[in-house]
Design a protein around this ligand. Structure first.
Ligand code: PEP
Ligand code: MN
Length: 337
């Protein structure tokens, strides 16, 4: 249930509601909006509904939430969540561009790509130190050494970076280096990992599972949110369908669907959706037009020799051309870029 306080409710009114909730053993999450304070309540539904909430001072209404996800829903908070990481801003009218290599391969590779994407206007660097590979014999990432290189590149090019965390046991380690954590498509329903990243004070990119419905994806976000980490960035990265001409089918409609259901920002990953370089620019244009809050693109200075996902990586020059194109689209959509 959600308890919406009146615009003139006092701190004491809110405290009184919280005390009543505590007395019946319910969990409460308070969201202070511009006009209303909203209290999200989790607990025994019958006990919660028995109490006359609307008779309490300062309470405007008590609304049952029928959806399985609650705190990430717009019912709980109608204002868009805006996430700021260093100078980068995601959501609330800012279009965020995340770019970099799929995997960190070496200092030289990372620095070349990081410099190029920074000069072209990207806001956040991507690069993974732990890679989830289909084959156990494929390159698995440089591990902590990769995180050290990413931290060096962040300082050199003044860009926050995002890196994937694969294993609950590595959450502390990745959090100690990365500005933003990422849960990849294969781990979207790894509830132990979601719970661990939910305890961190780092924003989390949550990729959609490639076989997950929007509702399952939002429930995964709820796992993170309820642990106390409210800075969640949803990333649509394509789903598995019968179509084989792309690596995954970019579900472009999921962007407005999620933005309608949730206050969380949504990014699009055209690289992992398409799997082919020539499709990245058209899908990036689609992302901006459909209302996404940003995109995340793979860039590599020598895609033919990339250790991971070379076929979908843009050359730095292609990325720079895409950024030029995107700037006029952003202006047309009234977005800051
Ligand atoms: C990635 O972004 O590098 C990645 C592995 O993506 P996904 O989890 O969407 O496959
Ligand atoms: Mn990849």
């Amino acid at each position: 249930m959600i308890i919406v306080m009146k615009p003139d409710a006092t701190r004491e009114d809110v405290d009184q509601v919280l005390a009543r909730l505590e007395s019946i053993g319910s969990e409460a999450h308070v969201s202070v909006g511009q006009t209303h304070t909203v209290i999200g309540v989790i607990g025994d539904r019958d006990r919660i509904q028995q109490l006359p909430w609307e008779a309490l001072s300062g309470v405007e209404r008590a609304v049952p939430v029928l959806k399985p996800f609650k705190f990430v829903s717009r019912d709980f908070r109608d204002k868009d969540t805006v996430i700021e990481v260093r100078r980068a801003r995601i959501g609330g009218g800012s279009f965020a561009v995340v770019a970099g290599p799929c995997a960190v391969e070496s200092r030289d590779q990372l620095f070349r790509v990081a410099e190029a994407v920074q000069q072209a206007g990207a806001h956040i660097l991507r690069g993974d130190a732990f890679k989830p590979r289909t084959s156990p014999y494929a390159f698995q990432g440089l591990g902590e050494k990769g995180l050290e290189l990413l931290a060096e590149a962040r300082d050199e090019f003044d860009m926050p970076f995002v890196a994937e965390v694969l294993d609950p046991r590595d959450v502390e380690l990745v959090s100690s280096y990365a500005d933003i954590l990422r849960v990849g498509t294969r781990n979207m329903a790894n509830f132990t990992l979601l719970t661990e990243v939910g305890k961190q004070s780092r924003p989390v990119q949550l990729k959609r599972g490639f076989t997950a419905t929007v509702e399952e994806w939002l429930n995964a976000a709820e796992y993170i949110y309820k642990e106390g980490n409210h800075e969640i960035i949803m990333v649509e990265r394509g789903i598995r369908t019968f179509e084989t001409s792309t690596r995954n089918t970019l579900d472009i409609s999921a962007v407005p669907v999620v933005k309608g259901l949730s206050h969380l920002p949504v990014l699009v990953d055209p690289s992992h959706s398409a799997g082919h370089r020539h499709l990245v620019a058209p899908l990036s244009r689609a992302a901006i037009a459909v209302g996404a809050d940003g995109f995340m693109v793979d860039v590599h200075h020598a895609p033919d020799t990339a250790l991971v996902d070379g076929a979908q990586a843009l050359l730095p020059s292609e990325f720079a051309a895409l950024m030029d194109e995107i700037r006029s689209l952003a202006a047309a959509m009234n977005l800051q870029i």
